[in-house]
Design a protein around this ligand. Structure first.
Ligand SMILES: NC(=O)c1ccc[n+]([C@@H]2O[C@H](COP(=O)([O-])OP(=O)(O)OC[C@H]3O[C@@H](n4cnc5c(N)ncnc54)[C@H](OP(=O)(O)O)[C@@H]3O)[C@@H](O)[C@H]2O)c1
Length: 247
């Protein structure tokens, strides 16, 4: 049976990924992480193939607790075939994407880094025993094009951009270390494309000029990309359409 872990299963993209994966393969089961599992609704049959674990990326002990819960749910020998980090934050209480230097706030920065970057690294550390098997493993960190340093022509959104750039560096670092122990593996950063979700909602006016996808379309695009991954793609930053994005 294929085992997939989705961090951020309560989000628009994370939930659509889970639903599509479950529809596409009756043998597949999912471990879903989110802060409040009671917010995740799935149809009866699908719910039976999803184990939910509560996890808060901003809590430094949370990833370790996920490892302990996972050990009770899934034998290490079964392994995980795919890990998708779809958690992320752009705005929230005390956090608004910054337009200028005067808007910078240290706490908002720390929170953005915890959720958008550190949470990913600590989670991979916690679940690494489940990557020891010999099947091909896909590790996808849902990043954002605005995290590309090369592509930054507009500025602003300091905490979000820099935390996604940090996430990208973590992907690159892991892409160097993971194959030493867990080959075959591909660890990539993925820009999902602009997607209607609570995260993008406050920006719908500016989104009018962009191509905007539904969460279901985005999930289809990400899963197509994941399906086509090879070991050679390890350590790349890819757009939803398969294009390579400069770091
Ligand atoms: N939507 C877009 O246009 C767009 C574009 C580029 C990149 N992205 C990226 O795509 C990913 C998914 O975003 P989305 O559009 O699906 O947004 P969303 O619906 O707002 O989902 C965000 C997810 O992050 C989780 N999260 C937030 N804070 C957390 C914390 N402290 N601990 C654990 N989980 C936390 C949320 O969980 P809770 O339910 O607990 O809040 C939710 O599952 C993000 O990484 C985002 O940066 C999105």
């Amino acid at each position: 049976m294929k085992q997939v872990l989705i961090a951020g299963i309560s989000g628009a993209i994370g939930h659509a990924l889970a639903t599509k994966l479950l529809q596409s393969d009756a043998e597949l089961s999912i471990v879903g992480l989110c802060r409040d599992p009671s917010t995740v609704s799935l149809s009866g049959e699908q719910a039976g193939r999803v184990s939910l674990i509560s996890w808060d990326a901003a809590d430094s002990d949370s990833a370790k607790a996920v490892g302990e819960r996972l050990a009770a749910l899934l034998p290490v020998a079964s392994g995980l075939d795919m890990v998708i980090y779809a958690a992320g934050i752009l705005h929230g209480p005390g956090m608004t994407p910054e337009k200028r230097l005067e808007d910078l706030d240290a706490q908002a920065f720390a929170h953005a880094f915890a959720v958008n970057a550190t949470g990913f690294a600590m989670l991979v550390q916690a679940i690494s025993p489940w990557l020891r098997h010999r099947r091909f493993k896909r590790i996808l960190a849902v990043s954002a094009r605005v995290g590309s340093i090369t592509d930054n022509g507009f500025g602003g959104w300091y905490a979000y951009r820099s935390s996604k750039a940090a996430l990208n560096m973590l992907v690159r670092n892991l892409s160097i270390e993971l194959p030493r122990k867990y080959r075959p593996v591909a660890c990539v950063a993925v820009h999902p494309g602009t997607t209607l979700s609570p995260l993008s909602k406050p920006f719908t006016r500016s989104l009018a000029q962009l191509q905007v996808h539904s969460p279901e379309e985005t999930a289809g695009n990400i899963l197509r990309l994941a399906e086509g991954l090879h070991e050679d793609d390890n350590g790349t930053f890819l757009g939803w359409d398969g294009s390579v994005i400069p770091w």
